[in-house]
Design a binder for this molecule. Structure first.
Ligand SMILES: [Fe+2]
Length: 437
């Protein structure tokens, strides 16, 4: 079955599966067509300014109050929530991991969530968590919603299908999806084993960054974002709904599927985006801009220019700058950087940072190209070079990222990561030429 999508970012969408199921000219008719219930899903306070006001009207077989019964506690011990401080004994440092191992037991998307870092405070609706998911089992009768934030999903291995109450998103590595706070969904696997990264955003929603002098085009263009058309199922068999709420998990049993939205309209909805449609902008004579030039989506913090989260990619691109050290420069940063590699090679670390791997460069901890990368880039002939077959990304936040015990004790952590800079030589010898022997 092919699922269809509507283009645009933050549009006021409308979609119906049955002719006439979407009311026209009003939101809440006395008797909606087909005996549906009208229900509003609000992603912002009612009174948020127009530019950030987000809500959708859902027309469904049963209202959501029928999709929860009495709750009981549920346990997903590897999914952590901020504040989660002092969870481990690992000393401060720059860290890198090989991929999180695939599970041997049957594991669905929710059970397979492994938190690596948390930042900020979910109770203050600020900060984020960086997770890796690994799964080998589809969710059949289990459904989930997250009251703690929206989920930005970055697949790395295997295709999956997010069957949400507002429509179906099929997702493969190279694409990303954003599932809004509160949206009910389940995850079906298209491929046998899947792995990827998730940024859980406790704060204001991800949005497109302003382009400033870049103008009206390039970077991520709104038309390349795809929101699913309505889809529903009428399934009258036992189902479960799992809720993540302020860091705890709760479970409720119901007698039917909650994925029963026949029509909807509004601007609060899930979407996907193909990273290959990102149009990178960079230096065309010398030096290079800060990595923020590659921001796909940003979640503001309330302080101008200081993101709660920036989602940044390092896509294929031409390197043309003259008299320039072309890889990322050495730096220390008030923002904390969680990096992943979807496929290929990252230009500052040709070895050691493998697809599915993770690196973590936290608040004010120094990092930059490894010694072989520095050597190569310092002596390279500066002709135009296409950096191809690569897609790295960064979840960057203004808050320090607290490592979880799972991340600290993960057997794929590279104990020798800091040795990648050990061979950087002293080049200073008092002469303007320096010592390049
Ligand atoms: Fe950095």
């Amino acid at each position: 079955m092919a699922f269809s999508y509507m283009p645009g970012f933050g549009n006021d969408f409308e979609t119906e599966t049955l002719l006439g199921s979407l009311p026209q000219g009003r939101n809440s008719p006395q008797r909606p067509a087909y005996g549906l219930y009208a229900e509003q899903l609000s992603g912002s306070p009612f009174t948020a300014p127009r530019g950030t006001n987000e809500r959708s009207w859902l027309y469904r077989i049963r209202p959501s109050v029928k999709h929860t019964g009495r709750f009981k506690a549920a346990s997903y011990p590897l999914w952590k929530t901020a504040p989660n401080v002092g969870d481990h004994e690992l000393p401060l440092g720059q860290y890198r991991w090989n991929p999180v191992p695939m599970p041997k037991e049957p594991t669905n998307f929710i059970q397979g969530m492994r938190s690596i870092t948390t930042a900020g405070d979910v109770l203050g609706q600020t900060g984020m968590a960086a997770h890796v998911y690994v799964a080998n089992t589809s969710m059949i009768d289990d459904h989930f919603f997250n009251a703690d934030g929206e989920l930005l999903v970055v697949p790395q291995v295997g295709a999956l299908r997010f069957v949400t109450e507002m429509g179906v998103i099929e997702l493969r590595p190279g694409e990303i999806a954003v599932l809004p706070r509160g949206l009910v969904f389940k995850v079906e696997l298209v491929d046998k084993d899947v792995r990827g990264y998730v940024c859980e955003n406790y704060g204001a929603k991800l949005t497109l960054p302003d382009r400033g002098p870049i103008g009206a085009n390039c970077l991520a263009n709104p038309r390349d974002f795809k929101t699913p058309c309505a889809w529903f199922e009428e399934k009258e068999t036992p189902c479960r709904l799992i809720v993540k709420w302020c860091g705890n998990f709760h479970l409720t049993e119901i007698g039917h599927s909650p994925l029963d939205v026949v029509a909807w309209h509004g601007n609060y909805a899930p979407y996907k985006y193909d990273l290959a449609t990102f149009s990178p902008v960079g230096a065309i004579l010398f030096d290079h801009p800060d990595p923020s030039i590659f921001t796909v989506l940003t979640a503001p913090s309330g302080e101008e220019g200081t993101a709660n989260i920036d989602f940044v990619i390092f896509p294929p691109r031409w390197l043309v700058a003259e008299d320039t050290f072309r890889p990322p420069w050495y730096h220390r940063n008030i923002m904390s950087e969680f990096m992943g590699l979807i496929h290929g090679q990252y230009d500052a670390k040709e070895e050691g940072f493998v697809p599915g791997g993770i690196s973590l460069h936290n608040l004010m901890l120094a990092h930059g190209p490894d010694a072989p990368g520095f050597e190569k880039a310092s002596r390279a002939e500066l002709k135009p070079v296409k950096l191809d077959n690569t897609m790295a990304f960064m979840f960057e936040t203004r808050f320090p990222q607290m490592l979880t015990r799972y991340g600290a004790e993960l057997e794929t952590r590279q104990d020798n990561y800091i040795d990648c800079w050990a061979d950087l030589k002293k080049r200073f010898n008092g002469t303007p030429e320096g010592d390049w022997s």
